[in-house]
Design a protein around this ligand. Structure first.
Ligand code: FEO
Ligand code: CA
Ligand code: CA
Ligand code: CA
Length: 632
């Protein structure tokens, strides 16, 4: 219903924090606490975290490292009705009640700050493998609007890691391109890696993007189809090829193992026994995330970014339509929607005359905007690309997109539809290589900056990133769209090449490197950032941006994460007065014993650390709630 007092979550913005501030800074009137930290036990037999007594077996029973995407799914009676009534993909409030499932990705590991010195390299690597993947954890609270605690002994709790079995489906399932010595069927694969952002489906499953999978495999290196993904014949920094033959393509029968990663995966958190799926129909690239929305006629539509410099934006449209009703049969049908469909890649066409000069100055028609086309790569599971089979399009999707001339973007990260308006928001985080005269791409209207001027000095590259607003011409299944740039990010106090949708730049919070996007129930955009410390000298944070009326473009910082950390997985439950974030890689640039962060278990100043105890940093899921505003 409308008129909820907390709709849109009002707050007084926090100040931007210098990059070395080791604190979670939140607005006045709010309180924060961790819900769960790296190493907290979640499965039977798990033990309390102890930095000096880790093992792969313990880690496999505990919350993983570097939490990224987050979702909270209602668990209470009558609240997880995935019939499509309140959750048709345009849901507003979350209505979580007092019992929920927290789903988290664990993107990667930071070996330099995870271990004391008591483990050999083989043990360390085994712990790191077990710390990757995903977690499902039940959480409970006394009342709505109040903070949660996690339930260590719930039958729903689950860890997915590098040893978990997945099913491969879609056009490439069973293809010779995916067969290995351990899996002659080409339909079963162990594990998922580098799970970055994700999304939730209208049928109550969670999607998770396998992003920088190339960093885990050594390959033969002679096949240009592998090189296109950055796969190389070189020792990996993880070193897993020293432990398991499948991580090296030099081992007989494992030439294809790396081609079994780089997909969008789907997990059903309500069924701990279910086998998660890798969807080849959604293409193979460095998947950031995918939020599913239903079209007017019930097709499942997912927008997806390939997070690397010069890569593309994609859209998947299911062949089958969503089936309503609360039957098991309907849910089983809906869980198959991402297995077959049409896959498109975006071409952005500007409409200004004359050159885009790369400085951020507005073009001839006064707006960075234009039209766009979704160009087909697969149509209902069949190839739409000359010279490539559907299997090849599904496994070597980047080559397929190259062939049709898609637009090379400045690291497209999250792209999500606004559940209130249906408009789509794309975060282009940055591109250090978009420099004046760059052979791979001059500044264009959709990626219009190749330099910035900071305090009078010119620095090349799109360092601060931008946000694009997309409006489909038809419903979400359409093949043409209009677009405009909402934000050219940066710090307006020192950076002249910024744009905040026309809002006065002296009144906004500085923002750089937009990564994840989310929405509150009023349709405001929320942006979390990754990398602000390097171009802007500031801690990363979470920002609210109204999209309509006089406040459109008024970027306001809600929180700032500790030194070295990135803000991930934001969930904005404004009706509940609670914001959730994953604080990923706090103290990332530190080494053990010399880390720059003690997050989240800070001790008061002057208070000695308990003997033998480890006090951070530990990547954690954090809740930030409004004090005393709710009385249910
Ligand atoms: Fe893992 Fe694109 O951030
Ligand atoms: Ca224009
Ligand atoms: Ca990300
Ligand atoms: Ca990122």
């Amino acid at each position: 219903g409308g008129g909820h007092p907390d709709r849109g979550l009002a707050f007084r913005p926090v100040a931007s924090q210098p990059a070395d501030v080791d604190a979670l800074v939140i607005p006045d009137g709010f309180t924060w606490s961790p819900i769960i930290r790296w190493g907290d036990p979640i499965l039977p037999g798990g033990e309390a975290f102890d930095i000096g007594s880790q093992s792969a077996a313990k880690q496999a029973l505990a919350f993983g490292y570097n939490c990224d995407y987050l979702e909270l799914l209602p668990l209470g009676r009558g609240r997880h009705d995935w019939s499509g009534k309140g959750r048709s993909g345009r849901r507003r409030g979350r209505d979580l009640g007092t019992s929920a499932l927290l789903v988290s990705n664990h993107e990667y590991t930071n070996a330099g700050i995870m271990f004391d010195q008591t483990y050999d390299a083989v043990t360390r690597r085994a712990i790191e493998r077990a710390a990757h993947g995903m977690s499902v954890v039940q959480v409970e609270r006394r009342r709505e609007g109040k903070p949660w605690t996690y339930e260590a002994r719930s039958p729903y709790n689950r860890r997915v890691h590098v040893g978990t079995e997945f099913v491969i489906d879609g056009p490439a399932a069973g293809s010779d391109l995916l067969k290995t010595a351990a899996d002659p069927t080409g339909k079963r694969v162990l594990g998922t890696v580098n799970n970055c952002a994700g999304g939730t489906t209208p049928w109550g499953t969670v999607l998770s993007g396998e992003e920088n999978f190339h960093g885990y495999f050594r390959v033969d290196g002679t096949d240009p189809r592998d090189a296109r993904y950055g796969l190389r014949d070189a020792a990996t920094s993880y070193g897993w090829e020293l432990d398991e033959p499948r991580f090296s393509g030099h081992n007989d029968g494992y030439e294809n193992e790396s081609r079994r990663f780089g997909y969008m995966v789907e997990i059903d958190p309500y069924d701990p026994e279910s086998t998660p799926v890798k969807h080849t129909a959604m293409g193979r690239f460095k998947h950031e995330g995918a939020e599913v929305i239903l079209s007017d006629r019930g097709h499942a539509v997912a927008y997806m970014g390939d997070d690397e410099r010069w890569e593309y934006v994609y859209k998947f449209v299911s062949t089958e339509r969503f089936r309503g009703g609360d039957s098991l049969g309907a849910r089983r049908h809906n869980k198959g929607l991402l297995s077959r469909g049409s896959l498109y890649v975006a071409k952005f066409l500007g409409d200004s005359t004359g050159e885009i000069d790369g400085s951020g100055a507005l073009p001839s028609d006064g707006a960075f905007d234009g039209r766009g086309v979704w160009m087909p790569l697969l149509i209902d599971g069949r190839s739409a690309v000359d010279g490539m089979s559907a299997e090849e399009v599904s496994v070597f999707t980047r080559q397929a997109a190259d062939a049709v001339g898609a637009t090379k973007m400045d690291r497209p990260e999250d792209i999500q539809p606004n559940p209130v308006t249906g408009k789509i928001y794309l975060a282009c985080t940055n591109n250090s290589q978009r420099v004046p005269g760059a052979a791979r791409g001059a500044a264009d209207e959709a990626n219009p900056r190749d330099r910035r001027v900071v305090s009078g000095a010119t620095e090349t590259g799109n360092r601060d990133g931008h946000v694009i607003e997309i409006t489909e011409d038809g419903d979400h299944t359409g093949t043409t769209f209009r677009w405009n740039i909402l934000l050219l990010c940066g710090n307006p106090e020192v950076n002249e090449s910024v744009y905040f949708a026309g809002f006065p730049v002296d009144r906004v919070s500085p923002i750089s490197c937009p990564d994840n996007v989310a929405f509150d129930s009023a349709g405001n955009l929320w942006i979390s950032t990754d990398g602000a410390s390097s171009p802007m000298g500031r801690c990363d944070g979470l920002f609210k941006v109204p999209l309509t009326g006089r406040e459109r473009g008024h970027v306001q910082q809600f929180l700032s994460v500790p030194a070295g950390a990135e803000t991930c997985g934001p969930i904005i439950d404004d009706e509940d007065g609670i914001v959730y974030v994953a604080v990923q890689h706090p103290g990332e640039d530190g080494t053990f014993g010399a880390h720059q962060s003690y997050f989240p278990d800070y001790l008061a100043e002057g208070q000695p650390a308990p003997v033998g105890a480890w006090r951070g940093p530990r990547p954690s899921v954090v809740q930030v709630w409004r004090e005393g505003s709710r009385n249910h």
